[in-house]
Write a protein that binds this ligand. Structure first.
Ligand SMILES: [Zn+2]
Length: 329
């Protein structure tokens, strides 16, 4: 990419955004994501399935489907969006992936472990009427690439047909490992969103577009968009946490619903971002101090419930996994 091509694009690098050169993933990876990744690798048969996934060329099929069905964004095609991608790559220090826009719903995803590409669906572009929100979506997807999520994300999106095909050729093994891996992948996939949200915040260096993007994912409609208020949504996210702490039934409800959703609640994601934007960890990364990684700065304690034992979000009063009350210091 030449400097001249950068200059041609509509959006120039905003000097107020600090480029995070050499940023390690460990500096911002959410502890729940880290733990879920470790758990996933321990599931019996998981490595085998990853090997099969690559061997069968599912990634390649996924890639061909998208390059044949969408618009490739570049310096002369949707140049404004291309400039956003470039800026995201520069700030987050990630090699440029391909970017496509496809007809579809309110959705964006990243695929291709060795050859990553981001797809933005048109429903999502319609809904995000603010350019910074669109950029926050691109930054979130780039965060998945930065964190090395893409192979598992691709598997999580297509796990059912993949298990059917692989299970069909090796019925006993396919069936045996399938259900545990499917559940493990979906749990991991929800947690990986939390790290990608942090990556988006690190790129935007402003919580507003990240929160308003989540608000629109939660309940935005094109026609009523001017009536939405991101500040109120943030207040709702803060109240959600307070309400949860006082009510066992709410905690139980959240646990059950979260188990079934492919993404965590948008409100919960907004709350977590709101907490992180005020943390020393976030501020020291922007100040260029990321040699002390996540584990060094913020220690996540483990849930005291023996049956759970998952890491907890620092500052939370209850385990986000099982709802067990945590000791506050
Ligand atoms: Zn995501």
């Amino acid at each position: 990419m030449s400097a001249e091509t950068h200059a041609e694009t509509a959006l120039t690098l905003r000097p107020q955004r600090v480029p995070l050169k050499g940023l390690p993933v460990t500096a911002f990876q959410h502890p729940l994501d880290r733990q879920a990744t470790e758990n996933l690798k321990k599931i019996r048969g998981f490595d085998w399935l990853v090997g099969k996934f690559i061997e069968y060329g599912f990634e390649r099929i996924d890639y061909i489907t998208h390059i044949g069905g969408g618009i490739r964004v570049g310096p002369r095609q949707m140049s404004k969006h291309y400039a956003m991608l470039r800026e995201c790559c520069d700030v987050l220090d990630v090699p440029e992936p391909e970017l496509y826009v496809m007809q579809g719903g309110v959705n964006a995803f990243t695929s291709g472990h060795n050859h990553p590409f981001i797809v933005l669906e048109t429903g999502l572009l319609e809904l995000m009427d603010d350019d910074d929100e669109v950029m926050a979506v691109i930054a979130h997807e780039l965060g998945h690439i930065k964190c090395g999520h893409v192979l598992y994300k691709t598997m999580a999106r297509g796990i059912k047909p993949v298990l059917e095909i692989i299970g069909g050729s090796v019925p006993m093994i396919g069936k045996f490992v399938g259900s545990g891996i499917e559940a493990g992948l979906l749990t991991w996939s929800r947690r990986s969103e939390l790290s990608a949200d942090r990556a988006a915040l690190l790129v935007m260096q402003d919580a507003r577009p990240c929160v308003s993007m989540l608000m629109k994912l939660a309940g935005g409609t094109e026609r009523h968009v001017q009536w939405l208020d991101a500040e109120q949504f943030l207040n709702q996210a803060r109240a959600y946490k307070e309400g949860l702490d006082q009510s066992t039934s709410d905690r139980l409800y959240r646990f059950i619903v979260n188990m079934r959703a492919t993404h965590p609640f948008a409100v919960e994601r907004a709350r977590m971002l709101d907490e992180w934007v005020h943390s020393p960890e976030y501020n020291s990364i922007l100040a260029g101090n990321y040699s002390n990684n996540n584990g060094g700065l913020v220690k996540a304690s483990l849930c005291p419930n023996d049956k759970c034992g998952q890491p907890t979000t620092p500052g939370n009063m209850f385990c986000g996994e099982c709802g067990t009350p945590l000791r506050t210091h």
